[in-house]
Design a protein around this ligand. Structure first.
Ligand SMILES: Cc1cc2nc3c(=O)[nH]c(=O)nc-3n(C[C@H](O)[C@H](O)[C@H](O)COP(=O)(O)OP(=O)(O)OC[C@H]3O[C@@H](n4cnc5c(N)ncnc54)[C@H](O)[C@@H]3O)c2cc1C
Length: 443
């Protein structure tokens, strides 16, 4: 019993790191094991074509308050890490007309209403239909029961094909990484409520001043090392076993570690693989099998450093690229990140073809720009879980059938889609439940 570590966390993504930070802050010794040599999981920096770059462009918003709280707890000022900007959704199009929606600096939800009134690209009838929808959302307190797919719900609530295509589909893909015709209305409305109705600055965009690795994984590593946590990287946990005294042991190729509490902070498929030998977890396994994944493709186009988008980001419609983000804020002047969220025919294209298509689309929108010096494609096939209607029903809690085996990760029951904030909230919630369990045991 005495040789067991108090808490062993498997997975050093944002959920595992957040659980570790919260426990370390409360003086609980933690051992964290990560399979990759870099921390950060699906939100990490990678080396690509001689560049240190994110595994995909990430965007944070003002409503990510648990993430911001942990960063502050680790001693980091928001303004050092992010350029905070009020919402500006500006979209240009190859064939359709674009739109521009800027939220003024007044209290929510008035900022959204005034922003909508002044929006360009929508006629008065379309604005009335969107406004009516906002009132309907408000009346039902942004809750839908039972859940249904978003496009059906939008059509039932007076949204025309044009409004769906121009406004809701891109927002849904950006927020849920799931096409509007299968996306969960329940999760979509939850994000809208938290971003647009609670506090004015929750809908702000937070543009990172650094690569994502320097934003959270590295500060987390420094904080955890300073607080005597044990961090093991480049070691995959191969199996989890239960010992005679009901503790759990995790095994890597090199070692076995007993834990009083084990947190599995890995995605659903890996969680299933690690726990498949425990019949008591059969209901959990059925839940985990319901999760499908959805890809995100990021195409980094490197131009001479003087090339600038003139704004942080631009929505694009009518082509393959959906968003273009200027990485000048992240100390990478001249690099544009083109984003394609979700599944689609682009997943069948080779990286070379994607690079060519993206370059051509950008040249079409910005004919005065020079040719890109380099184009690199990062395809994350399992970027997020597919946030289909009804998914909330299958999302597991942090607790499992064993009182010392816990789950953390963006897919757990947070109500959020697969996001950094969802992962952080899950990790923190899991840590707090463990703290409570340790506290109860001690008294
Ligand atoms: C390209 C891309 C763009 C995105 N854009 C955004 C965005 O703009 N905004 C946003 O909020 N979110 C975004 N996301 C989603 C966000 O990155 C994820 O929701 C979040 O990082 C998930 O964190 P997690 O800790 O739950 O899981 P993960 O990051 O998957 O962490 C799990 C960790 O466990 C490790 N692991 C797995 N199995 C084992 C094992 N057997 N032994 C040891 N370690 C193991 C993995 O290596 C990984 O590090 C994006 C994701 C991607 C990929």
């Amino acid at each position: 019993m005495s040789s067991a570590a108090p808490v062993v966390i498997v997975g050093g993504g944002w959920a595992g790191l957040s659980a570790a930070i919260e426990l370390s802050h409360n003086k609980i010794p933690v051992t964290l094991i990560e399979g990759n040599w870099r921390l950060g999981g699906r939100g990490r920096t990678i080396r690509l074509d001689n560049m240190e770059i994110d595994n995909g462009q990430h965007l944070l918003i003002g409503a990510y308050n648990e993430t911001l709280r942990l960063l502050e707890l680790m001693g980091h000022k928001e303004s050092d890490l992010f350029d905070r900007q009020p919402t500006l959704l500006h979209s240009r199009a190859h064939r359709l007309s674009g739109f521009r929606l800027a939220l003024p600096h007044i209290a929510a939800p008035l900022n959204f209403l005034f922003g909508l009134l002044g929006a360009r690209g929508f006629g008065i009838r379309q604005k009335a239909a969107i406004m009516q929808l906002c009132l309907t959302m408000n009346q039902c307190d942004f809750a839908i029961d039972p859940d249904q797919n978003l496009s059906t719900w939008l059509q039932q609530n007076g949204q025309t094909e044009k409004i769906i295509q121009q406004l809701w589909q891109p927002l849904c893909l950006a927020m849920l990484n799931t096409p509007v015709d299968i996306a969960s209305s329940e999760v979509f409305l939850r994000v809208l409520r938290d971003s647009f109705t609670l506090k004015r600055d929750y809908s702000d965009f937070l543009f990172a001043r650094h690569n994502i690795g320097l934003l959270f994984p590295q500060p987390a590593r420094q904080y955890l090392e300073k607080n005597d946590a044990t961090l093991i990287t480049s070691e995959r946990v191969q199996c989890v076993e239960q010992t005679a005294n009901s503790l759990f042991t995790v095994r890597t190729k090199r070692r076995s570690i007993n834990g009083m509490h084990i947190v599995l902070a890995v995605p659903p498929a890996q969680c299933l693989a690690l726990t498949t030998n425990f019949p008591a977890l059969t209901p959990l396994h059925q839940q985990l099998r319901r999760f499908k994944t959805s890809p995100i493709t990021t195409i980094y186009l490197r131009y001479p450093t003087h090339v600038s988008l003139g704004q942080h980001m631009l929505g694009i419609s009518g082509g393959q690229l959906q968003w273009l983000i200027d990485r000048g804020t992240s100390e990478q002047a001249g690099i544009m990140a083109g984003i394609i969220s979700g599944p689609g025919p682009h997943m069948r294209s080779s990286k070379e073809l994607l690079a060519k298509t993206a370059s051509a689309e950008v040249a079409n929108l910005f004919p005065h720009w020079p040719k890109p010096l380099q184009v690199s494609v990062v395809r994350e096939k399992q970027a997020t879980f597919l946030c289909e209607s009804g998914i909330n029903h299958f999302r597991p809690d942090n607790e499992t059938a064993f009182n010392n085996l816990w789950l953390a990760g963006d897919y757990t029951n947070t109500g959020y889609p697969a996001t950094l904030e969802g992962a952080v909230r899950s990790g923190v919630a899991c840590a707090r439940k463990i703290l409570q369990a340790i506290h109860c045991h001690d008294h």
